[in-house]
Every structure is written in C-alpha cells, then in structure tokens.
Design a protein. Structure first.
Length: 160
C-alpha cells in the first residue's frame, strides 16, 4: 500500500490553493461553458476553431481543478505559532551571509509547492532550505551545491 505524501504549506499558501480552486470552479467553468455555447451556435463543429479552443480550455481547467483538489487533499498546514521565535522553519524570512561568495541573501522558507525563485521563496526540502531549518542567528550551516560546499552564516530570522 502506497503511503500518502503530505506537502507542507503556510496558511497563506494553503489559502492560495483554495482561492484558485474556487476561481476555476465558480468563475472559469462558467466562462468556458458560455464560450462553448457561443461556439456551438455557429453551426458545424467539425471545422469550428472557437469550439476546439473552448474544449481545450475546458480540458486544461478541469485538469488544474483535479490537480488542486489532490494538492489540497494532501496538504499539511504548518502551525507557525508552534515554532520557537528566532528559529528557521517554514514561514520564516532568513537573512544570511554567503561566506563562499561573500554576499548577503534573504530567503523565505516555504513548502515545496509554494516555491518562487524570482522572489527567493525556497522550499524547506531544497538544499539551502534543509540546511537552514532549525538554525538561528549566528549559526553557520553548509550545503552541497553544484559548485561545491557552500557555507552560510545566519544573520537574522523573522516571521514572514
């Protein structure tokens, strides 16, 4: 029997899943249904590109709904209030000094489905995130990157 794999989410990340699901079910489905009806009214469906596009949109929408429902079913909301203040965990913003490259960086630790590298939201399961979990200001942590061993000094930890 396969064990269910839960994914960690902050309250905000979980709410984003619920909001997107509601949007797709309550708004987007209705819009697509209207597009299909409009396309059907044009007659012959065999050469109707509007109908084909609406059917494609419907299929993509339903696939995303199924994906979101699965994510929600297997979501584990992290109780951030249970974490000790000043300790790196999901939902914290960590400022570090990368001693290997001599630069400061700031990361927000999030669940794996909330990752957004463009804004430095990194997963608790990523090499950097996993190395930082449990650390506090003043600690040094290391992780292995493609370029070799990287050492970070934790400068500050705060709630996101």
């Amino acid at each position: 029997m396969e064990e269910t794999k839960f994914t960690n989410y902050t309250k905000e990340g979980y709410q984003q899943l619920l909001d997107e699901l509601a949007l797709l079910k309550d708004v987007r489905r209705v819009e697509i249904k209207a597009q299909l009806a409009e396309a059907r009214s044009h007659g012959d469906l065999s050469e109707n590109s509007e109908y084909d596009e609406a059917r494609d949109a419907q299929a993509k929408n339903e696939a995303r709904i199924a994906e979101l429902e699965e994510l929600i079913k297997n979501a584990k909301i992290v109780d951030e209030s249970a974490f000790k203040s000043g300790i790196v965990n999901i939902g914290t913003v960590v400022k570090v000094h990368d001693e290997t490259f001599d630069e400061d960086c700031e990361y927000t630790i999030v669940g794996s489905n909330q990752v957004n590298a463009a804004i430095n939201h990194i997963s608790d399961q990523s090499p950097i995130g996993a190395a930082l979990l449990g650390a506090k200001a003043g600690d040094r942590v290391s992780y292995t990157a493609p370029c070799g061993e990287v050492t970070l000094k934790v400068l500050s930890v705060k709630r996101a």
